[in-house]
Design a binder for this molecule. Sequence first.
Ligand SMILES: Cc1ncc(COP(=O)(O)O)c(C=O)c1O
Length: 379
Amino acid sequence: MEKKYLFSPGPTMLPPEILLKMAEPIMHHREPEFERIFAEIREGLKYLFQTKNEVLTFTSSGTGAMEGAVSNILSTGDKAIVVRGGKFGERWGEICKAYKIEFIPVDVEWGKAVDPKKIEEILRSDPTVRAVYTQASETSTGVRHPIREIAEVVKRFENAAIVVDGITGIGVFDIPMDTWGLDVVVSGSQKALMLPPGLSFVALSDKAWKFVERSNLPKYYFDFKKELKNTKKNQSSYTPAVSLFVALRESLRMIEKEGREAVFYRHERLAEATRQAAKALGLELYAPDFPSNALTAVKFPTGIDGERLKALFFEKFGITVAEGQEQAKGKIIRIAHLGYYDRLDMIMVISALEMLLKEMGHKFELGAGVRAAEEVLML
Ligand SMILES: Cc1ncc(COP(=O)(O)O)c(C=O)c1O
């Protein structure tokens, strides 16, 4: 018998409650029943994003909402700051380029977090900057950027907005949108929301909605104004992924039942256990100083072939972990713990890691990682 396990930072594993919802007969999206589900989703998303404003839902992967966060916020001639500390930071730059938006990159060494002072310097010297694009959690490196501190800086510039890719941040750790004064926050379904890929989310502050009013960049499907109007009527502008919406209501119910704070705490412990286990096995963390609680990026010890390790995870244990991307390719594996994961899930993946490393000749005491994780998880 072979079971399959996803420990990749999206898609993530799904709870049976969600799987069952998606197996229900499909309903029509203009029926009153769907509108009732939609209304509940609107409230659940406000709770999750910690905002009083509407959260828009699009049928697309997360990148769709990211694109919308450029095409709806900026106008011709506007400049942007893009924090580039990994593959997803680079994506903000690529989207700006596609819309002919000039951007000033703040390049950050992979594995490190951005220094908000760098952003402040640029904002001070260039009053034409209208938006700062960053990640809350940079999934390609496992770094958590200091969003609260960046927001403190951006807040002082009336004509600039902070746009946060919270795709592996929302529902993982605390990102209180309204309290911190974040202007745009984006997320996606296949991460902490415990859903399959296919939905993206975006929430906007009152300040960001003013940017939307004046934005003149081309847009059609990801038209935030149009979507807001329909959202308020419990409708989506076009045919939504109906089954995913039904499942979304269930996942939001699950999150509310567990409680936002409890969800954050669970992620914190799973992440800490994984980090301690890696260290106990003599492995180095790729993002030791500012780790995200969504995933743990671990460097391979010398002499260990990373691609082979990833392949063996799947061959021997049916476990999918993620490898490094671009410049981190062949250097790290990324073990996810966001969404539907509990303590014993982490013990399992750490135990598999130990067995594989032992087989590949890495020197450590068998059980050291599991033990370190248990010490965190027993608390
Ligand atoms: C931080 C971050 N941003 C953006 C994306 C892109 O999302 P999608 O693949 O859903 O378009 C991902 C996906 O892994 C991500 O982790």
